[in-house]
Ligand binder design. Sequence first.
Ligand SMILES: Cc1cc2nc3c(=O)[nH]c(=O)nc-3n(C[C@H](O)[C@H](O)[C@H](O)COP(=O)(O)OP(=O)(O)OC[C@H]3O[C@@H](n4cnc5c(N)ncnc54)[C@H](O)[C@@H]3O)c2cc1C
Length: 430
Amino acid sequence: MTAGTEVAVALAGTGAVVGEAGPADAVGGVAPACVAYPGTVEQAAGVVRAAASLGMTVVPRGSGRTVSWGLPPARCDVVADMTRMNRILEHAAGDLVVRAEAGVTLGQLGEVLAEKGQRLALEGPAAATVGGVVATGAAGPLRLRYGTPRDLLIGITVVRPDGRVAHSGGKVVKNVAGYDIGKLFAGSLGTLGLITEVTFRLHPLAALTAYVTREYDNAAAAAGAVLAAAASPLQASAAEIDRPGPGAPVRAGILLEGNASGVGERAERTAAVLGPGAQISLAAPHWWARRGEGMGAGTAAGTLIRVSFWATELRQVLDAIDMVAVDTGVAPAVGGSGGAGVLYVTLDAGADADQVAMFIRALRAATGHGGAEDPGVLARGSVVVLTTPRAVRSSVDMWGPVPGLALMRAVKRQFDPGNTMSPGRFAGGI
Ligand SMILES: Cc1cc2nc3c(=O)[nH]c(=O)nc-3n(C[C@H](O)[C@H](O)[C@H](O)COP(=O)(O)OP(=O)(O)OC[C@H]3O[C@@H](n4cnc5c(N)ncnc54)[C@H](O)[C@@H]3O)c2cc1C
């Protein structure tokens, strides 16, 4: 019996559906032996336990949109596809809380919550699963007001790499001693275990939303306006920036939410902050929440870089991106939550790999993400490559220097001494 057949037989014994893996199941170019589709927490636990007992590795998958983000796994024997675990288990509307299986999509959840006038305050793609959203830690424009998935997560159930089930928060409290597992698993890219259920804090749907937008011919003016609006008492829910290419006008957009009369007045006052030419609209501008569209396919799709910084340094970051783009001869598009200190930089798949690698290194140097020897223009910043073609990946460090790496290694060792879960995906090969 081949190793692939042996693991498929062992997994089938757990009650999970098991399928042969095809080329589309590869993760970052690493092909698994099979794909398991658990339908319950017990089956999910069985899958991880069976794989671990055979010395096989497991890579979790939600919708698969961004499963190849991060480093390719050092090994990928079993893909644990969570899409059969797609039940909304409890919507306690009175408590503004929902508990859902990890394979529930944002679209599915949104529809159910909307019936009760509620929402999960994350503007993600409808196809993304809640488990995947927590595992990637990705957040859209609403992060300015509501934070990231880890801020909205109040409970989680996970299968640990040894196959044991652990709960944290929510209604059942049975924590792994000393750890807040929800916070640990948020952004963990499947390296610590399999998320099977999540409990989120909800918010009421806004009765009315308005977008106040303006184009500026320079980054300084746009950054100043976005930061002024974000810091004002106008209670912006989002403060976004978009620049389609170097030298192009910089767009600023502020989202306001609330009741009809309040939003109208706040929109007028926000327009005054953005200055002459600001427009108020009930619909989002076409560039809203554009974060590396088409980058979900991974290595074939180009380069997506997340730049995080103190929001007050927005102008310097935009200037640094421009300067480095000119120096290295690439043409990045930039967009994101400028008012919350997160921008996404995208480069076309056709961009020259050497130039892209130079751009990434130079941007790290210019934003201070090189450590003390290389302080750059900013006191603090991080430039993380979420996805990039293989030719670039082989010559740059996707994560760059990561503070607290030793601690992260220790946590991984404690959770996953056998290196069962998504080995090698995270910073420092964790
Ligand atoms: C507000 C917001 C805006 C976004 N905008 C965009 C965009 O414009 N373009 C874009 O491409 N993406 C965008 N994303 C990210 C994107 O949608 C991710 O694909 C999504 O968040 C991940 O869900 P998924 O089901 O696709 O997970 P996958 O892509 O299948 O997996 C992503 C990662 O999570 C891990 N994972 C998945 N499920 C689990 C689980 N149950 N337990 C443990 N680990 C797991 C995987 O191993 C992998 O490392 C956005 C996300 C948010 C929240």
